[in-house]
Design a protein around this ligand. Structure first.
Ligand SMILES: NC(=O)c1ccc[n+]([C@@H]2O[C@H](COP(=O)([O-])OP(=O)(O)OC[C@H]3O[C@@H](n4cnc5c(N)ncnc54)[C@H](O)[C@@H]3O)[C@@H](O)[C@H]2O)c1
Length: 320
């Protein structure tokens, strides 16, 4: 039986598919390619379809024993402009997927949630007991689906893990897959674009935050560490358990720290421009990852330098 990797032609899902295969799991990728890329699913069985297509999902589920659900729209700014798009895909269509799963024999479900469910945290590092008060529609859609999983888990014996990712970054060590969003909003690819002269400068949104260098601090976790946590999550589900947990490193890096690391690793100067703060950007978002470490016997092991060097290798390959 296979693991159904829904959204597996996207950035994080494709890395999970590769790590699953390396660990000996059979994988089927299901993706409508709205933001995904066929190339990221190369070498895997890819079924092109939407999560709201009940008949298509039901058919493939007969060959699966677990589901990893990465498929979503994931741009915070767009979710503010167009919440309908976000609630329709990340909640309505996602619930259709969940109900189709409940009509199958599959009872193991892993969900890509986000630290955006916490909104402005009351305390950093952020533990899972921090109140979940999202400050944008994207976070609200993720919280809605987390709530559905908790209720389905209690009522219908579904086993689930909601993983609250902090900032996913980096690329597979093979150099074959990596991050590719359009439009790109993630910091490290944007820094690369500035380093490669593809944009005039990197906009740094605010340098007057109450942090050591004035720029925002985030917890960057290597995408392969995230992918490995998903495999550990499957083993956790196999024990009959369910939980929601943070996936981060517990270490914060400022925007300026990341720029400096890119300059060091790439050998290229990164032009920067200090822009206005963005609405709703908390100064510091850093995970307390101890719950995942305890429950999964997993720990993020890759450093910021490994994040940048793997991502740089991927970026170079794409422009060569
Ligand atoms: N990238 C991050 O730092 C980050 C942080 C927190 C949470 N997340 C979550 O992780 C998941 C993956 O993010 P990503 O960065 O890999 O994004 P991505 O856009 O690269 O991947 C999402 C994939 O889902 C597919 N998809 C979307 N809607 C679909 C639908 N209705 N039917 C079928 N396929 C559909 C897309 O085509 C794409 O391949 C998302 O749920 C996102 O909210 C990402």
């Amino acid at each position: 039986m296979a693991v159904l990797v829904v959204g597996g032609a996207g950035y994080i899902g494709s890395h999970a598919a590769h790590v699953l295969r390396r660990k000996g799991y059979d994988v089927i990728i299901y993706d409508n390619l709205c933001t995904g890329h066929k190339e990221l699913a190369e070498g895997f069985e890819l079924i092109v379809g939407d999560i709201a297509d009940t008949a298509k999902i039901a058919k493939v589920l007969t060959r699966c024993d677990s589901v990893m659900h990465f498929a979503a729209h994931a741009y915070v700014g767009e979710s503010v402009q167009n919440p309908k798009k976000y609630f329709h895909n990340n909640v309505t269509a996602a619930l259709t997927l969940l109900d189709t799963v409940m009509e199958s024999r599959v009872r193991k479900f892993i969900f890509s949630s986000t630290c955006a469910v916490y909104g402005n945290p009351v305390k950093v590092p952020i533990t899972e007991s921090n109140p979940r008060q999202p400050v944008n529609p994207y976070g609200a859609t993720k919280l809605a689906f987390e709530n559905a999983l908790e209720a389905y888990g209690r009522a219908y014996a579904l086993r689930f893990v909601s993983f609250r990712y902090f900032n996913a970054a980096g690329a597979d060590e093979s150099g074959k897959i990596g991050e590719s969003h359009d439009p790109e909003t993630h910091l490290i690819p944007l820094i690369f674009q500035a380093a490669q002269g593809k944009r005039a400068a990197l906009d740094i949104f605010g340098d007057d935050y109450p942090t050591a260098d004035g720029t925002c601090i985030r917890d960057y976790i290597h995408v392969t560490d995230l992918a490995e946590a998903h495999v550990a999550g499957l083993e956790y589900l196999a024990k009959g358990e369910s939980a929601a947990m943070n996936l981060g490193t517990g270490e914060g890096c400022s925007v300026k720290d990341v720029v400096a690391a890119v300059e060091r690793i790439s050998g290229s100067k990164v032009p920067t421009h200090i822009a206005e703060r963005r609405m709703g950007d908390p100064p510091e978002l850093v995970a307390d990852p101890s719950l995942a470490e305890k429950l999964l016997k997993w720990k993020a092991k890759r450093s910021l330098d490994e994040i940048i060097s793997t991502a740089w290798k991927w970026a170079q390959k794409r422009t060569s």
